[in-house]
Design a protein around this ligand. Structure first.
Ligand code: ASP
Length: 437
């Protein structure tokens, strides 16, 4: 028998109807032995996510405002499922325990984690699987950094005792036993850690879309779906803004060479997107996907004989370090270097940073280009083809778009162009049409 780890996101476990679909999916393949669940998400537009309601409880507690009604709304949602599906999970006992703890003003991580905790108890009873709490398995250090290896060992040791189990996503604990959560959407990471630990054949991530699309559907009409993508390609794309999978969820699975399959709970017959080490080498389209993000600033520094001046780039990096700014790209020429930074990194301090550049680098000129968007066109297929960049630049030229910056990763897997914010959508459409349509 194989092992599949299946993680179900908030929308897949939002209510009795969704949980019935989830159960059918799990029962359809006996290899689906380890199930990771999020807290119940939205059932319809405008509905509340359980996690948001729990954070709201915490805010009320902090302001000495009554929170019982909010917690009651949370409890009622689980109760409705327990009753509708006829599950015997004895939830009242768990609610009482949480209510007691709420009186002691616990951390917001503890409160938020109860969404996943209660849901895993409920789903385990619904499926007839064991409930295994992740609090003692997912280990963080005192500063809140995930301890990968300790976590891996703890999960493996515990799950070797369970043929089938449901685990709550999103949280673990620190050495003093305090609950600690990942950032939002972090149940994806739990699933990946479990998949790594048990050496799963595949990590299935069940959500409400059938995987990744080649471009943002708000910009490109009916973009094609990505059938296969490599971990590396996905990093290039997710880092630019794709949002189906938490970006930290890639690493653990990747370490153990476990493919990740994004699947749609509402369309289980769709094969979804498969993320593997090699990817597709997508012959059909050359490129795998296009993603981008707005609001960057480019600071171009020019200095005669810069190339023979030692330590110039080191000093740039030193200044960025002093301001705690992560740069995005650093394209360079013989006597020029440009620093590309997200506006949110600069955080209103552009003038100060420019003054530092001026006094510590003594460049001949500094040019600043604001309101730039970066667009990454990604695909393994690009490196082996001649004319890929010509095609991309032609497409942009024909659409009348001025390219303000170009950067190509040394893997030749991506070409990044900087265009003005106003051209962002148009540029993505032009690239998509040139390569896909
Ligand atoms: N429930 C958490 C959130 O809403 C974690 C998750 O669903 O992955 O962010």
């Amino acid at each position: 028998m194989g092992i599949k780890v299946a993680k179900f996101g908030g929308s897949s476990v939002a209510d009795g109807i969704q949980l019935t679909k989830t159960k059918a999916i799990i029962e359809q393949d006996p290899d689906r032995r380890y199930i990771v669940v999020s807290a119940p998400g939205k059932r319809y537009e405008g509905d509340n996510k359980i996690t948001d309601l729990l954070y709201l409880c915490k805010t009320h507690i902090e302001h000495n405002l009554p929170y019982d009604q909010i917690f009651q709304v949370v409890a009622d949602r689980y109760m409705a499922v327990e009753i509708n599906l006829g599950v015997k999970a004895d939830l009242l006992k768990y609610f009482d325990e949480i209510r007691e703890n709420l009186k002691k003003n616990p951390s917001s991580d503890y409160i938020a984690s109860r969404g996943e905790y209660l849901n895993a108890v409920l789903v385990a009873a619904f499926l007839g699987y064991d409930f295994v709490d992740t609090a003692d398995l997912i280990k963080f250090d005192a500063k809140g950094k995930l301890l990968m290896e300790e976590t891996d060992e703890a999960i493996r040791a515990e799950l070797s005792k369970h043929e089938r189990a449901v685990l709550p996503g999103f949280y673990g604990s620190t050495p003093d036993g305090e609950i600690k959560t990942f950032s939002r959407g972090g149940s994806d990471i739990t699933g990946s850690l479990v998949a790594r630990a048990v050496g799963a054949d595949v990590y299935e991530n069940w959500t409400d879309v059938s995987g990744f699309l080649m471009a943002d559907p708000r910009i490109v009409k009916n973009p094609k779906q990505i059938g296969k993508i490599s971990y590396k390609e996905l990093r290039e794309l997710s880092y630019m803004g794709a949002s189906v999978l938490h970006e930290d969820a890639i690493y653990p699975a990747r370490m153990a060479d476990v493919p990740i399959n994004i699947r749609n709970t509402n369309k289980p017959e769709d094969p979804g997107t498969l993320i593997t080490a090699e990817g597709d080498g997508n012959d059909e389209h050359i490129i795998t996907g296009i993603a981008g993000s707005k609001d960057f600033t480019v600071v171009a520094l020019y200095k005669n004989m810069m190339s023979s001046e030692r330590g110039f780039v080191r000093r740039i990096l030193g200044i960025l370090d002093d301001y705690d700014i992560n740069f995005e790209h650093l394209p360079s020429g013989i006597d020029t270097v440009s620093v590309v930074m997200a506006n949110e990194q600069i955080n209103g301090r552009l003038d100060e940073v420019l003054e530092e550049f001026q006094s510590r680098l003594r460049p001949d000129t500094i040019d600043v280009i604001e309101d730039i968007s970066l667009i990454a066109t990604v695909g393994h297929g690009m490196s082996s083809r001649t004319g890929t960049s010509a095609k991309l630049f032609n497409a942009l030229a024909e659409a009348g778009i001025n390219i303000r910056m170009i950067d190509q990763g040394s893997s030749e897997m991506n070409i990044i162009v900087g265009v003005e914010n106003k051209d962002f959508e148009k540029a993505i459409r032009a690239i998509y049409d040139a390569f896909v349509e």
